[in-house]
Design a protein around this ligand. Sequence first.
Ligand code: UTP
Length: 408
Amino acid sequence: MGYQEAYDKLKQYGQLHVLKYYEELSGYEKEALLKQIMDTDLAVLQQCEHKEALNPRGEITPIKVMQLAQIEARREEFVQIGLDAVRAGKVGAVMLAGGMGTRLGSDAPKGIYDIGLTKEVFIFQRLVENLMDVVQQAGAWVPLYVMTSDKNHEATTSFFREKNFFGYDADYVTFFKQDMAPASDYHGKVYMEEKYKMATSPNGNAGWFVSMMKAGIVDQVKEAGVEWLNVFAVDNVLQRIADPCFVGATIAMNCAAGAKVVKKNAPDERVGAMCLEDGRPSIVEYYDMTQELMEAKDAQGEPAYNFGVILNYLFREKDLEEIAARKLPLHIVEKKIPYLDEDGRLVSPENPNGYKFEQLVLDMIHELDSCLPYEIVRNREFAPIKNRTGIDSVESARVLCQENGIEL
Ligand code: UTP
């Protein structure tokens, strides 16, 4: 993209301030800035003007959850179906590790965090070890795709190499980067983080499939015969990945997707609740849970929206290709964004000062015709690390790991 084109694009979106320092940049910096302008979706910035009207919700009704007793009754059958799929190379795993992990307060990728007490136990290591259990049970490798972002790609890939992939076969590990979205002030004006660089942040965890397509990995997935992709968050150190029982149950129930869910520990717990929305599977985020939804009861007198998602989903690859072209809802989130002030000095704000723009993997579920909510035993499979201390923290995850016999 030449200067004129960049100028026109910025003008169209009311962002000409991006060129404020252009004349004083070096040749390399000029090029980098023009490329970033070309690559960045600036249209999202216009959305913050009518932010409240962005994602209208349909009619929410309860969804049927496959609960623990039902799973136990058919465990053997499900495990067999799942193991057959893993052995046939039909199951891949996608680790979403592109987030910034700001709540944990470390600049390094979240997976590099050491939760060990007497020895090193890295978050990445815990996840790979969990996946290894299935590899050993099935006697077959599960291809692992790791999504990073511009901000943490180098650090993540070199850490895996340095640690020898924690014993995983490196031929089965592929890294890819997600796209970035601009970060702006409250009026939708993009911040600058350098004189030649707009402030950006990863575009949310729904970006994974489109980014995999762009990187040519979806072609590899298809060539390898992978039909199911188990997408999971980087921060739940107890989760089962490519879990044969879960895979088998989703296949046996003939569902387009599966979602691992936990029984909520309070109606207002901060997890998204599985539901139907206008008759299709969906997730209502905790901040959208009204009093009415929290108090609603099902036919058995149980809370109607009692199961929360843990960001561990199984998607059928061919459905993902169909929904990739569709527009997912945009979530505009208030965050602290480092920026250049009027005098060109970098400021790291102590309080939120603008918006980041994200699309979320949970919205992909609503695009599908069916999804199996599959209950897991909370204390065995759910130990998310969002913070250093308190709820969903390094501390709480350590206690849960120890309860499950994991040496730290
Ligand atoms: P979170 O919502 O916990 O966000 O991500 P985060 O960025 O890790 O942490 P905070 O909010 O800044 O403290 C849930 C999962 O989605 C991934 C994260 O890496 C984590 O596995 N994610 C999130 C991405 O891969 N890309 C994104 O753009 C955002």
